[in-house]
Design a protein around this ligand. Structure first.
Ligand SMILES: C[S@@+](CC[C@H](N)C(=O)[O-])C[C@H]1O[C@@H](n2cnc3c(N)ncnc32)[C@H](O)[C@@H]1O
Length: 276
């Protein structure tokens, strides 16, 4: 028996949808992802009382205001606090210490470039606050962006999904109790001293950006995997142009720049430096 996705998201409709995903997010999807794609658009079909995927695609193509909702349903936003411990060791014990030594009196600028629901930018903020305890006068600003406006709305509030809260509470209890308000109650949220240093904004990594701010370090983690190789190179050129000359790039643990043509130099696993 065929599934609902197979019946309603037929070959031509599937290919149209895949092309719209690429057009609006830069994400490359394969036809074998039919079930996943259908499960993502299905809630919108229901809300709009549309019974076939084709009808939804027609709707999407004729209603500009649907595009952002489509983008928000298509993206995968999986994230947790302090994801991939090795990079947080590097950031806290090496990067921040060296940066402070080499840039006295300056403001550190960090970009969390696919920040999802905000756990990554909050983790950066907590590490910066920890660094401040031993380095009085240290100042930082975190810029956190995503293409999905729903996740950014969430992140701006400093409120996180229960799974993320349970995870940080058990893995890093000291930081959780130090930087979360209501940490022993049902509605913990990130304290203002961290949240106040984070600016959230919508940004598509495939676009060049404003180039008014240049960053000391960019976290570009667990997002390159969704793009094909030419698009990964394009995104990395955009990131390169946003970094300061000595800037550092951190990628996700399932990602590598090894096969790509980029201007980044390998430094250590998951960490690259902007080549001159
Ligand atoms: C799996 S999450 C990674 C979150 C976080 N960086 C981490 O490693 O835990 C991937 C995020 O990339 C965002 N994304 C996908 N395509 C994007 C694009 N073209 N521009 C900006 N963000 C994008 C998604 O909305 C999603 O929130």
């Amino acid at each position: 028996m065929s599934t609902e996705a197979e019946r309603t998201l037929s070959g031509p409709a599937l290919r149209r949808l895949i092309s719209l995903v690429k057009q609006h997010t830069g994400i490359t999807m394969e036809e074998r992802k039919r079930e996943l794609l259908f499960s993502r658009i299905r809630p919108r079909m229901k809300e709009l009382s549309l019974t076939t995927a084709e009808a939804y695609i027609d709707y999407l193509e004729s209603h500009k205001e649907e595009i952002q909702k489509f983008v928000n349903t298509i993206t995968t936003n999986e994230t947790i606090f302090f994801r991939t411990p090795v990079i947080w060791d590097y950031f806290g014990n090496e990067f921040l210490k060296n940066w402070s030594k080499n840039n006295p009196g300056e403001i550190l600028r960090v970009w969390s470039a696919a920040s999802s629901t905000g756990e990554e930018s909050a983790s950066i903020g907590m590490m910066c606050e920890e660094h401040k305890r031993s380095t009085p006068g240290f100042q930082y600003k975190i810029y956190a962006s995503d293409i999905d406006t729903d996740v950014l709305d969430n992140a701006r509030k400093g409120v996180y999904k229960a799974r993320s809260i349970d995870d940080i509470r058990s893995r890093v209890p000291q930081l959780f109790h130090r930087y979360f308000i209501n940490s022993t109650k049902a509605d913990p949220h990130l304290c203002e001293s961290v949240l106040g240093n984070i600016e959230y904004f919508v940004h598509n990594l495939h676009s060049r950006g404003t180039r008014t701010v240049f960053f000391d370090i960019v976290f570009l983690r667990n997002v390159l995997i969704y793009f094909n190789e030419p698009d990964q190179e394009l995104v990395l050129r955009n990131i390169y142009a946003s970094l300061k000359p000595e800037g550092v790039l951190i990628i996700g643990e399932a990602e590598s720049l090894a096969r790509l043509k980029t201007s980044f130099e390998y430094s250590k696993p998951l960490i690259y430096k902007r080549a001159a």
